[in-house]
Every structure is written in structure tokens, then in C-alpha cells.
Design a binder for this molecule. Structure first.
Ligand code: DGY
Length: 327
């Protein structure tokens, strides 16, 4: 008789699942699409452990419907889809996967910045549309990336990794966030500035903060108006940090030079959404961490967290360590 019952909301590689299968009854959602909320709630009801994705809404009602639930393990670093306060109130530890996706996500942020600045997508479309007939001295001009000023919003792990890449391009670094990070910043030669100053002085801005009530629509019409004319915005964090209506408006007026978004609100965008057809905007489908190596590391960390929670041990990466107070 296996001791625990677990629900996993997407398929994971067999070899990574193996140690869990030895000790638990494992119910794996077999579809490519996430389980609908009611199905998620129903399947989690008898479980001791839940391994979920950023596409799953994990709320208090779901927790109340699962009286044996002793661990929630998310296969992502961000966890804005989980009501962490509700989990903490029920003393359920919530796991996530920081660290293992840092470099891959920074790679993509930089790729989007280069692609947006150098109009890679316009160039590809130009060829696809049969428009390439000669070399043109002033055709398809983009902007230099090297030597420019990069503003990092949120100098956490991924923000710092993106900044390290920028050093190789001879960029000047500014950063902002709720507090200064003197040690990290000193190693990068990055200067701490207010959000307003960052907007006013950066040629490129890359978003690396979590989505919270404080950062929801941080980039609104007012913020865009304060950006440098022709600046470039990159978002690999969460779509909700950018007000898409406002973004569309400043791209259309040309005040914003270009943007690269790996995340949107909602995901996916409906096919007729104006952002889908917008020039000087590069969209990718939330693939910041999507490399073979990184997704395997994320799955492994999610399993490690899950197993630790089932055994009543401290999670290797816990979002709400308060649950361990006075234990
Ligand atoms: C995360 O982990 O939060 C990313 O958005 C997905 O890799």
C-alpha cells in the first residue's frame, strides 16, 4: 500500500517521476491543456500532495476541499496563481523552483532585446514576403544595443543574470526595485535609481519583478509617457505588470521604439487581439525557461519539493517558510 496520494497537473518525464511513483499513488493529468478548475479541485480532493503549474488557479476553496493536503509544489519560480496566504493559514508549505531557470530566462530576455532593437522579425517577414530585392543603405534600420543604457526593474536572480549579459555589450546599467542591492549591484557596476529616473534614462528596460498587487500595471500610460522616446521594453516576468492598452497606444504613436514580450495578460492572447498584429512588437509564448535542460531541472526541483513536503521535511525551495515557525 502506497502511503500518499498525489495529483500532477501535466505530464513530466518518467525518470523524474520514478522516485515519487515508488512511494505514492500518482494521478497525472494527461492533456496538453491544463485541467479545468473544477477538475483540478475534484482531483486534488483526496490528495496529500499537489504538483501544479503556473496555469493552475490554486485558491482557498481548492485547499478546503482537500483536507489531507500537506504540500503544494509549483513547477515555476513565479507563484502569483497560488493563494499563498491561504496556504500559510492552513500550514501548507508551497514550493517553487528558483535558481534553476535564471540563466535560460535571462538568455531569452536578452534575445528579445536584441531582436526588438535590430528588427529581426521585420527582416524575416521582409524575406518571407518576397520584398528583399537589394541591399538598401537606409532600409530596415534598427537601434544599437551595445553602449546603451539598460534599466533593470527588479535586480533579483534573473534581473542580475540579464545585467551580466549586458556587461558583455558594454551597456551602462541602472536598476530599481523596492530596495537597494548593494552587493549584487557593485559586482555589476549598476546604479540604483528611482523608477521614474530609470524610465527617463534607460534606452532599454527589462522587467524582472514578480507580479504582485504593487506591480500590477506598473507600466501604465503614465510610466510609458516618462520613458525615453524610442526606448525598448522587454518583459519576461508576468504579463500583468504591463497595461497592454497603454503599450499599444505608445507603440502606435512611435513613442516606444519597440517591445519584446514573452508574457501577456491573458495567456494566450486571443487571435484577434491587437497586440498579435502590432508592428515593432515581438511576442513569444512564455518560453523564458523553455530549454530541455532547464525544464528538466524545474521538474526535478518540483518533485524534490513535493517529496520533502510529503515526508514532513522542510521544502528545499519554500515560498512560505512561516509555516515552519514553532515546529
Ligand atoms: C516561472 O518559472 O515563473 C516562469 O514564468 C516559467 O518558467
Amino acid at each position: 500500500m502506497k502511503r500518499w496520494h498525489v495529483f500532477i497537473t501535466r505530464r513530466l518525464p518518467d525518470d523524474i517521476l520514478a522516485p515519487l511513483v515508488e512511494v505514492a499513488e500518482v494521478d497525472v493529468w494527461p492533456d496538453r491543456f491544463p485541467p479545468p478548475y473544477e477538475e483540478l479541485r475534484h482531483r486534488t480532493a483526496p490528495c496529500d500532495g499537489l504538483l501544479c503549474m503556473l496555469t493552475d488557479r490554486i485558491d482557498a476553496a481548492l485547499m478546503d476541499n482537500a483536507p489531507h493536503l500537506r504540500v503544494i509544489s509549483q513547477m515555476a519560480v513565479g507563484y502569483d496563481n497560488i493563494d499563498v496566504a491561504a496556504a500559510t493559514a492552513r500550514r501548507i508549505p508551497v514550493g517553487h523552483t528558483p535558481g534553476v531557470l535564471t540563466e535560460s530566462t535571462a538568455d531569452l530576455a536578452f534575445a528579445l532585446m536584441l531582436a526588438a532593437a535590430r528588427r529581426l522579425l521585420d527582416g524575416v517577414r521582409f524575406i518571407e514576403q518576397g520584398l528583399w530585392q537589394t541591399w538598401e543603405p537606409f532600409g530596415l534600420l534598427g537601434q544599437d544595443v551595445h553602449g546603451k543604457t539598460l534599466g533593470i526593474v527588479g535586480l533579483g536572480r534573473i534581473g542580475a543574470a540579464t545585467a551580466r549579459r549586458a556587461l558583455g555589450f558594454g551597456m551602462r546599467l541602472l536598476y530599481t526595485g523596492p530596495r537597494e542591492k548593494p552587493d549584487v549591484a557593485a559586482a555589476l557596476g549598476a546604479t540604483y535609481v528611482s523608477f521614474d529616473e530609470l524610465l527617463a534614462k534607460s534606452d532599454m528596460v527589462s522587467i524582472h519583478c514578480p507580479l504582485t498587487p504593487a506591480t500590477y500595471h506598473l507600466f501604465d500610460a503614465d510610466a510609458f509617457a516618462r520613458m525615453k522616446p524610442g526606448a525598448i521594453l522587454v518583459n519576461t516576468a508576468r504579463g500583468g505588470i504591463v497595461d497592454h492598452e497603454a503599450l499599444l497606444a505608445v507603440i502606435r504613436t512611435g513613442h516606444l521604439g519597440a517591445a519584446g514580450l514573452d508574457v501577456t495578460e491573458p495567456e494566450p492572447l486571443p487571435p484577434d487581439h491587437p497586440l498579435m498584429q502590432c508592428e515593432r512588437l515581438i511576442l513569444t509564448p512564455h518560453i523564458g525557461s523553455a530549454t530541455v535542460e532547464t525544464r528538466r531541472r524545474m521538474a526535478q526541483r518540483a518533485i524534490d519539493n513535493l517529496l520533502a513536503g510529503l515526508r514532513g521535511e522542510r521544502l528545499p525551495s519554500c515560498v512560505n517558510p512561516e509555516v515552519y515557525a514553532d515546529t
